[in-house]
Design a protein around this ligand. Structure first.
Ligand code: CP
Length: 321
């Protein structure tokens, strides 16, 4: 008998969101459709909705964040939840308390949703399995980025952005460019794009930043950026994850920009109506030229705004189970 994924209930509904891997095409579209209903609320055209009234969302960010932490907080507020941002630097984890003891204590304070970012791949899984073992089914875990493993809500907001601008996934060529080896965003995006039926997913990277298992993931590797961008509808740029690199994988930032930085000249190889995305934070002049980042083809700030509605969708769907 196949083991049930720890993020799904027995009925196949979302109990936690840990990874895109194992989510069906229907489930991803359901999340995007739900997010579409929240766009007005997330834009403040509509006041709060009461779907999480009386619930507490705990943001546990063991790694830095601007976009993810803030948009989760805004999303929780728009759903009428109480939000707690645990200050990790002044918390008892610095006195040796284990991650699961911290979780037990916060659960005792009636946490309903944990939003967890952690440098260790698998940390949100560990918490979810712990809660599942305790049968604390009403307590949910959302992975807000773990090590180089997964960043599911980033992938979902990226899919929302692509669907918003391109309408249909089934005729697209999508190029993901940069430090794929260390990127949880790339992994989650590849899983989402292939699940949604994108016929041509390309990865463009120097050999030292190219994962070995790409063929199994159903994507096409390119080391030449111009060849990889040829005819692309969507270009997703990635940040160089220097904090996760062991040893010197690149000659220099300037050399990297020369070969893999997105300039207007290189972008001209993509389709004229191609959109340019980046999960942020951006390193201008390293992976992307300011002339492109600030151009009408860039939808980078749209991604951030859509992130509020997508995170509202995920939290409201969980709370409904
Ligand atoms: N995209 C993303 O995860 O950004 P933050 O690190 O600012 O949350």
């Amino acid at each position: 008998m196949a083991l049930r994924h720890p993020q799904l209930t027995e009925e196949g509904e979302l109990n936690h969101l840990l990874t895109i891997d194992g989510l069906s095409r229907e489930m991803i579209h359901r999340i995007l459709d739900t997010a579409e209903n929240f766009v007005g609320v997330s834009d403040r055209d509509v006041k709060k909705v009461p779907l999480l009234r009386g619930k507490s969302v705990f943001n546990l960010f063991f790694e830095n964040s601007t976009r993810t932490r803030t948009t989760f907080e805004i999303a929780a507020n728009r759903l009428s939840a109480d939000t707690v941002n645990l200050n990790i630097d002044t918390s008892s984890t610095n006195k040796g308390e284990s991650l699961l003891d911290t979780i037990d204590n916060l659960t005792a304070m009636h946490a309903d949703i944990f939003v967890v970012r952690h440098a260790q791949s698998g940390a949100p899984f560990l918490i979810a399995e712990h809660l599942n073992r305790l049968r604390a089914r009403e307590v949910h875990v959302i992975n807000a980025g773990d090590g180089r493993h997964a960043h599911p809500t980033q992938a979902l907001l990226d899919m929302y952005t692509i669907r918003h601008f391109k309408k249909d996934f089934t005729g697209l060529t999508v190029a993901i460019v940069g430090d794929v080896l260390h990127s949880r965003v790339a992994r989650s995006n590849i899983e989402a794009l292939t699940t949604l039926g994108v016929p041509e997913v390309r990865v463009i990277a120097p050999r030292t930043l190219m994962p070995s298992a790409l063929a199994e993931m159903g994507v096409h590797p390119y080391t030449d950026m111009r060849a990889g961008l040829e005819g692309a509808d969507v270009v997703i740029m990635l940040r160089l994850q220097s904090e996760r690199m062991r040893g010197s994988l690149l000659p220099s930032a300037a050399e990297y920009f020369k070969h893999y930085g997105l300039t207007a000249e290189k972008l001209a190889y993509a389709r004229p109506d191609a959109i340019v995305m980046h999960p942020g934070p951006m390193n201008r002049g390293v992976e992307i030229d300011s002339a492109v980042a600030d151009s009408p083809q860039a939808v980078i700030l749209n991604q951030v705004t859509f992130g509020i509605a997508v995170r509202m969708a995920v939290m409201s769907m969980m709370a409904a189970n």
